[in-house]
Ligand binder design. Structure first.
Ligand code: GTP
Ligand code: MG
Length: 677
């Protein structure tokens, strides 16, 4: 059944974990008779919590798309995860819709995460609406919840439907646009007042007459929602099927269609994420890749949002990032884990294409026009683990599988640490990585082990010293002989290594000097303190001896290396550790706790600033103290803190810790030597 752009509604269900987003989606699907029984997240029968990880944890872990026929419209709904560690999924979904429907638990309506999502929706310029759940529970008060929401988000928040009562007596829902029930007039007036702000003419008329006539009211509701002048609130109870009809009717009649968007500067209310860049009309084709799912059997499925023009099966599209043209052989409508092949899509619609491996999340696809849509600013992950396969020989398999997951999830990064050689993955938190490890196992059939990443310490010296080595070997045949005298001296931080040749009178022949340097450099790759690279030292060779027959390149390399070891050991070697520039954002009330924790973690505060109740703390903190910081910050701030970090510089490790690190490292190094060498 073909539909027009005007008939499309794109909605993302967002909000706190366990608020009832998935339950609402299941209830809607059941109400629309798309499922024969009411799915439940509790017993694993939900339409949306599809993956084994989701069923097991009873929470949504990635954004799932559903196409629902509602009245005369076709509504593409994303069910998204509520857990903040999966924020990336939510942002990608919000970027693809005209309206974010915030699902809010009446018992705990305004959370930090909700405020954050609210702001992100505002930044995108999309419409917002609210569905309140759990009103069937005791001690809930609909009006109090609405007041709390209005205090937090302003007077645009007004009920468009409301419950007859709360708790056990909650049996029906009244519709405000149809003026049902005792509160209808009051709420209707409030909606009119908000609606009047849509434009000056309407406001003038409203001020003259004190109300909007029925026609004006109907005509402008959608504009008011699109531009954020009105945030309609709905009372729902997914488990009992209450309030769904009112919500769905409002969605089909008054939620913005993709056609309402465009022609406004990006980011302005009602502009959508792309503003003037695109207008969903009959112009040349433009789409954005808003989600990528890779399946080892089915291959890559890319969910696209068509922003302009049309797309038909077998049409060619150009990925602007690569300049490559691709023929779209399969177009699908998506309904959770089910897909249905379709022939054509219209501007504004959300759909999937199959088997094109080159599309990446955020790519712009066009008919060849050079137009690149802005990308979503995803959170930067900070929690790293070193991973390796359970089964030897699976290294390559892991690399491929991790890459596939990284393509789906922009907050899951991977890299081989050049220095330690470890394969590192970085995510939002231990939970986030655990979910992906589970996926690696289930979807890609590779089991991984993981541990904390090895901290890339460095070694250097703090004093000058002399080093000497005489290499001599005479066991049958030709012997080996070389003798080297050198001085080692510390250099400034960051100056690196310097080799100085002050040999005079040919005590070491010219051609062997580079061999001495080679030997020293060999030592530098693995210091003698704990096997870490040596930095910021000078080696000055000033004397030596050679033998006409027995001296050769290898002998001088060996003598150079050992002479340097001798000097290095006497020059009071120390360990240096990486120190990070950390920037933390927390609600002001946690400032003391966060700062206290940092100083306990050998951190040094470098700057503080408050902005709209959010405290920004800058600090220098050793990497060693940051490995579990995502968990620590979460427990200090009840999940309200975020941070980013990047490498700043190296600093000496305090002596009492150095001994400990050296001891632990020796154990590891010895074990490795035993295994591998
Ligand atoms: N009594 C009652 N239970 C509800 C209501 N809404 C949701 N629930 C229940 O709350 C639990 C959590 O609901 P979900 O739909 O899984 O929550 P969610 O928002 O999808 O959570 P995440 O996927 O973790 O983000 C489920 O057991 C639901 O049945 C409601 O209005 N009343
Ligand atoms: Mg869910």
């Amino acid at each position: 059944m073909a539909h027009t752009s005007e008939q499309v509604r794109n909605v993302a269900l967002v909000g706190h974990g366990h608020a009832g987003k998935t339950a609402l989606l299941d209830a809607i699907a059941f109400h629309l008779k798309l499922s024969s029984r009411l799915g439940s997240t509790a017993d694993g029968t939900s339409l949306s919590d599809i993956d084994a990880e989701e069923k097991e944890r009873r929470q949504t872990l990635s954004a799932h798309l559903f196409q629902l026929p509602i009245g005369d419209t076709v509504c593409n709904v994303f069910d998204t995860p509520g857990h903040p560690d999966f924020l990336g999924e939510v942002l990608a979904a919000m970027d693809a819709v005209e309206t974010a429907l915030f699902v809010v638990n009446a018992a705990n309506p305004v959370t930090f995460h909700l405020r954050h999502l609210w702001k992100r929706a505002g930044d995108l310029g999309i419409g917002r609406a609210i569905a309140i759940t759990h009103l069937d529970q005791d001690n809930t008060d609909f009006e109090a919840v609405v007041e709390e929401l209005r205090t937090a988000f302003g007077h645009a928040v007004v009920p468009a439907s409301y419950p007859n009562a709360t708790g056990a007596a909650f049996k029906s829902v009244h519709d405000v646009t149809h003026r049902e029930g005792p509160k209808a007039e009051q709420y209707h007036d409030m909606i009119e007042e908000d609606e009047a702000e849509v434009d000056d003419t309407l406001m003038e008329h409203y001020l003259e007459t004190g109300h909007l006539d029925e026609h004006e009211f109907e005509e402008n509701l959608r504009r008011a929602v699109a531009r954020g002048n009105l945030v309609p609130v709905f009372a729902v109870c997914p488990n009992r099927g209450l309030g769904l009809e009112q919500l769905l009717e409002f969605i089909s009649h008054h939620f913005p269609s993709p056609v309402c968007f465009g022609a406004r500067p990006a980011g302005e209310p009602g502009s959508g994420a792309y503003g003037q860049l695109v207008e969903p009309d009959d112009g040349p084709f433009v789409a954005k890749v808003c989600r990528v799912v890779s399946d080892p059997y089915v291959g890559r499925l890319s969910v696209l949002r068509c922003l302009r023009g049309k797309l038909s099966k077998d049409q060619n599209v150009v990925d602007v990032r690569t300049g490559q043209s691709h023929k779209v052989a399969h177009l699908y409508a998506v309904h959770g884990k089910d897909t249905k092949e379709i022939g054509e899509v219209v501007a504004g619609d959300l759909f999937a294409v199959g088997k094109i491996e080159d599309f990446l999340l955020g790519d712009t696809l066009t008919d060849g026009t050079r137009l690149e849509l802005p990308r979503v600013a995803f959170p930067v992950p900070t929690y790293s683990r070193h991973i390796w396969p359970k089964a030897r020989g699976d290294e390559q398999k892991i690399g491929h599988a991790v890459e596939k997951i990284g393509i789906e999830d922009p907050t899951f990064l991977h890299d081989r640490d050049k220095e330690t050689g470890e394969f590192l993955v970085t995510g939002m938190s231990p939970l986030h990585l655990d979910v992906h490890f589970q996926r690696l196992n289930r979807k890609h059939h590779v089991a991984v082990e993981h541990g904390p990443p090895t901290i890339p310490y460095r070694e250097t010296i703090t004093a000058r010293a002399d080093g000497h080595h005489r290499h001599k070997k005479q066991s049958g045949g030709r012997g080996q002989f070389a003798e080297v005298y050198l001085r080692v001296a510390p250099k400034q931080h960051g100056e690196g290594f310097e080799f100085v040749d002050s040999v005079v009178g040919g005590s070491i022949p010219r051609q062997f000097i580079p061999e001495v340097e080679k030997g020293v450099r060999k030592f530098l790759t693995r210091g003698s303190l704990a096997g870490f690279p040596v930095v910021d030292v000078q080696a000055e060779v000033y004397d030596g001896k050679y033998h006409d027959v027995d001296s050769d390149q290898i002998s001088f390399q060996l003598a150079g290396e050992r002479a340097f070891l001798d000097g290095f050991s006497k020059a009071r070697p120390i360990l240096l550790e990486p120190v990070m520039d950390v920037e933390i954002h927390v609600p002001e009330r946690f400032t003391g706790d966060v700062a206290g924790n940092l100083s306990g973690a050998r951190g040094r505060l470098a700057g503080m600033e408050v902005h709209e109740g959010v405290q920004m703390i800058k600090a220098h903190v050793p990497l060693a103290s940051m490995l579990e910081y995502s968990t620590q910050l979460r427990s200090i701030t009840a999940g309200e803190g975020t941070y980013t970090m990047q490498f700043a510089h190296y600093e000496p490790v305090p002596p009492h810790l150095q001994a400990e690190i050296v001891k632990n490292r020796k154990a590891v190094v010895d074990q490795h030597h035993g295994e591998h060498r």
